[in-house]
Design a protein around this ligand. Structure first.
Ligand SMILES: *Cc1c(COP(=O)(O)O)cnc(C)c1O
Length: 365
């Protein structure tokens, strides 16, 4: 069960964004030393930025309000108007950020299909990088997402990340990593975030997903890049003042909440294995590497929207994600026992769906 100091709520598998600050975070926020961060004078923000830069193996870092803002300021810092970025067709930057780079920066997207394992085929990515020709836009950036969310939280391995960096650098462009869940990737691959990013120029990481901070992401890269990103953050309305109040939770997040992500991954596996045994649910539990479980509901007696409603009545929250697909995301402080409770709710909801099909009294909006 998800709990905070005030309430007990459902088993909420909609996303790891629903995580709430831990008691240690609330204490750190209460005690946070603050200053005006636009003047660079918030000691807690400065500390968080230094800690994250170190963890990611980059020269400098910048605290931003969200993952979307992190990717936006990174792309704006790398690219000028009319430039083009190469990225996956299932990339969050392409699909789920209102095409902010295009809308606000005049930057265009050149997509390459994401493979089922979350990678881009590097030969296809190379093809997408424009040669020098006055008819073409100028490619300035390759973007990867690690873990790759809509491919099922797949972790892109070290060797692949290294090769992608080489490809970008051979073409004189930069590699940016949307690492909203980079922490999960590092834990799943049993490597360090730093090693995973060794050949990447820049990265954006979230503190408010699995790491459970209430707000915030961090962008990291060279000092020169961060200087530009800081300007872009200001124009994007992201210059925050006594932001140490929230950054304090981020300090706790990166100090205490990374290693435990392994529990979320183990729970996702348990959930996927349980789901794969249910009639009409298709999921390959072997492909679950981190905390995201996509599955298909292949039944004619209940739709994903109906199942979602039926689960809600049984205390489990989970969203349909288009067509037959549904997604469950595990996170702090859900336990293995919660996974079994959720699976029981699935069994009950599906059993009652059959009754619905037989004309009995169950109707799920
Ligand atoms: C969640 C997420 C983001 C950022 O989302 P915000 O809601 O803006 O914090 C970026 N990329 C990926 C892959 C994500 O899953």
């Amino acid at each position: 069960m998800t709990t905070n100091s005030n309430s007990i709520t459902a088993i909420d598998l909609r996303s790891d964004t629903v995580t709430k600050p831990t008691p240690a975070m609330r204490q750190a926020m209460f005690e946070a030393e603050v200053g005006d961060d636009v003047y660079g004078e918030d000691p807690t923000v400065n500390r968080l930025e230094a800690m994250v830069a170190e963890l990611l193996g980059k020269e400098a870092a910048l605290y931003v309000s969200s993952g979307t803002q992190g990717n936006l300021v990174a792309v704006l810092a790398h690219c000028g108007r009319g430039d083009e970025i190469v990225l996956g067709d299932k990339a969050h930057i392409f699909r789920s950020e209102q095409a902010g780079a295009a809308a606000l920066g005049g930057i265009s997207f050149h997509t390459v299909p994401n493979q089922p394992d979350g990678t881009l085929d590097l030969a296809q990515a190379a093809q997408a990088i424009r040669p020098d020709n006055e008819h073409f836009p100028i490619t300035t950036l390759l973007c990867l997402e690690n873990t790759q969310n809509s491919c099922g939280g797949r972790a892109l391995p070290v060797a692949y990340m290294d090769a992608a960096g080489d490809l970008a650098h051979e073409h004189g462009i930069k590699l940016h990593v949307d690492g909203a869940r980079l922490w999960n990737a590092a834990v799943a691959l049993n490597t360090s975030p730093k090693r995973l990013l060794q050949n990447a120029d820049t990265v954006s990481v979230c503190l408010s997903k699995g790491l459970s901070a209430p707000v915030g992401s961090v962008v990291a890269g060279s000092a020169e890049f961060i200087r530009k990103a800081r300007r872009m953050r200001k124009v994007a309305g992201g210059g925050m003042r006594q932001a140490g109040m929230i950054a304090a939770a981020g300090v706790v997040a990166v100090s205490e909440m990374i290693e435990r992500l392994a529990d979320d991954h183990a729970n996702a596996k348990v959930l996927a294995q349980g789901l794969s045994a249910l009639d009409g649910i298709e999921v390959n539990a072997d492909e679950i590497e981190t905390n995201i479980v996509y599955f298909d509901l292949m039944r004619d007696d209940i739709t994903p929207a109906q199942l979602s409603n039926a689960l809600k009545e049984r205390g489990v929250l989970l969203n349909p994600s288009g067509g037959t697909r549904m997604r469950a995301v595990t996170h702090h402080p859900l336990t293995e026992a919660d996974m079994h409770t959720a699976l029981d709710a699935f069994k009950d909801a599906l059993a009652n769906a059959a009754q619905t099909a037989n004309g009995k009294a169950y109707v799920y909006g």
